[in-house]
Ligand binder design. Sequence first.
Ligand SMILES: [Zn+2]
Ligand SMILES: [Zn+2]
Length: 164
Amino acid sequence: MSSTGLPSSTSPKLLGFANHNHRQCVANALKEADQYCLNYRHRFTHVRRRTLGILLESHSAMGAYELLERLNKEALGSKPPVAYRALSFLIDHGFVHRIEKLNAYIACSHPGLEHDPAFLICKECGVIGETPVMVSAGKLAKTARQSGFEIHAFTQQGRIRANS
Ligand SMILES: [Zn+2]
Ligand SMILES: [Zn+2]
């Protein structure tokens, strides 16, 4: 996995908002995670893999309890630590972000790429586009820093034009 620069094949469109082969999108993301865990000798347990798989189903965020319900239905565990432990592994390794504002989790659209989690959230349908930009290197962050404010994550609400 490269940690700098955009791969040349990356479309400039945000996955969540763009028409794309989502089945392929999910398959690729899981394959990348498999490879990463293999390379770095991390145990990609069934619970961890399913947690990522469930979050990858849609380009929107899911709360921990909804996730736990899903894991429970698949007999992977019913106690909150099961979900939280899997989530914390996936967050630590850059496969999932927690969107604090929504108190929910989303699969990263750019794993392996150096980026700040920056999300554009559609108020109508909840679909989220994750941008690959470095908000911390931009003008907004600079202005904020000059006022003594450090941006940790960026969320912006709006509406997918096709929804209105
Ligand atoms: Zn997709
Ligand atoms: Zn990300």
